[in-house]
Design a protein around this ligand. Structure first.
Ligand SMILES: Nc1ncnc2c1ncn2[C@@H]1O[C@H](COP(=O)(O)OP(=O)(O)OP(=O)(O)O)[C@@H](O)[C@H]1O
Ligand SMILES: [Mg+2]
Length: 297
């Protein structure tokens, strides 16, 4: 027998919710959604660069994201956490229309960048992905030289009017990605000849070379050793001065180190979002608490 938590919510992601979650959730500021299920915490911010409302994603008949509303603020790092299969990658891919490239994927809801609907007919997904860049789990340099990996985006988007300007963009992007010193004498070598951690920083340099507003990172350190991971984490903190970053991570330590806000997903639902230290040390929802204390996941 399942118990109803309150009139608005009894199930999160199809899971029965423990009795004492009732007290926990009623403490929250609630964002009621159409079907009566709620996200607890603060999914909305005043200064949103990305604003998602009532997002649903389906793969064929299977629903992977269920009525998620969430803002990404300017100059913030937001971590997306949750058990495997809860929809973190699916959600992050909505933010730059990467799900467009997946057969059978269907996205519903409102997703705005700077107040403009990114799924509007006139929006060119290639231009959108320059404004909302993405760094993947496995470093994926192009099969080109280090220089060309970074020069490619600025060239196709017409950001440089001379070779000198292109050089400036390439070198400054590598510098901002903390890689220039290691590659300045290897600019003509294939990007794939670099170490894994260097390749990931090359991919970050490639992303920032087109001057995005938002950078999406899907487990960017999971293939890296602790030293390379530390370099990327330092870089994330620096990049926050100029960009907003949404990062998917399985490491709660990493989320705690790099992000100001954390969003906890569970079976396609956004259960809770709030200040990172609060989500980890004093979560509102029982499901969040179970995850951050290691009871589920
Ligand atoms: N290309 C796809 N085609 C069909 N179903 C998919 C596809 N990608 C993801 N799914 C399904 O959508 C759900 C959410 O998957 P998603 O990859 O977004 O989860 P995740 O939270 O990123 O998991 P992980 O932590 O393992 O990376 C899962 O049930 C998954 O099987
Ligand atoms: Mg994933």
């Amino acid at each position: 027998m399942y118990k109803r938590m309150n009139t608005q919510s009894g199930f999160i992601g199809g899971q029965p919710v423990a009795d004492d979650a009732k007290e926990k959730t009623t403490l929250s500021t609630e964002a009621a959604s159409d079907d009566g299920l709620i996200t607890v915490g603060e999914p909305e911010v005043d200064d949103a660069v990305i604003s998602v409302r009532n997002c649903n994603v389906f793969y064929g008949d299977n629903q992977a994201i269920d009525n998620v509303s969430l803002d990404v603020s300017r100059n913030e790092v937001i971590s997306l956490i949750g058990p495997s299969g809860c929809g973190k990658s699916t959600f992050i891919r909505c933010l730059n229309r990467m799900n467009d490239t997946i057969d059978g994927a269907r996205v519903e809801g409102e997703i705005k960048l700077d107040g403009e609907e990114i799924y509007a007919k006139h929006v060119d997904p290639v231009l959108l992905r320059a404004r909302v860049g993405m760094v993947f789990q496995k470093p994926n340099p192009f099969p080109k030289s280090v220089y060309e990996n970074v020069a490619y985006g600025p060239r196709i988007h017409g950001l440089a009017h001379s070779r000198a300007e292109l050089d400036e963009i390439v070198f400054s992007s590598l510098d901002r990605a903390g890689l220039l010193n290691e590659v300045k004498d290897r600019m003509d070598e294939p990007g794939t000849a670099l170490s894994g951690g260097q390749q990931q920083r090359l991919c970050i340099a490639r992303t920032i070379a087109v001057n995005p507003e938002v950078i999406l990172m899907d487990e960017p350190c999971s293939a890296l050793d602790p030293i390379a991971t530390a370099k990327i984490e330092d870089l994330i903190e620096e990049l926050r001065q100029n960009f907003s970053i949404a990062i998917v991570t399985h490491s709660m330590q990493q989320a705690a180190r790099v992000s100001q806000r954390t969003a906890y997903f569970h079976m396609g639902r956004l259960v809770e979002v709030g200040a990172t230290d609060k989500v980890f040390t004093n979560p509102i929802h029982r499901l969040t608490e179970d995850y951050v204390t290691g009871r589920i996941g």
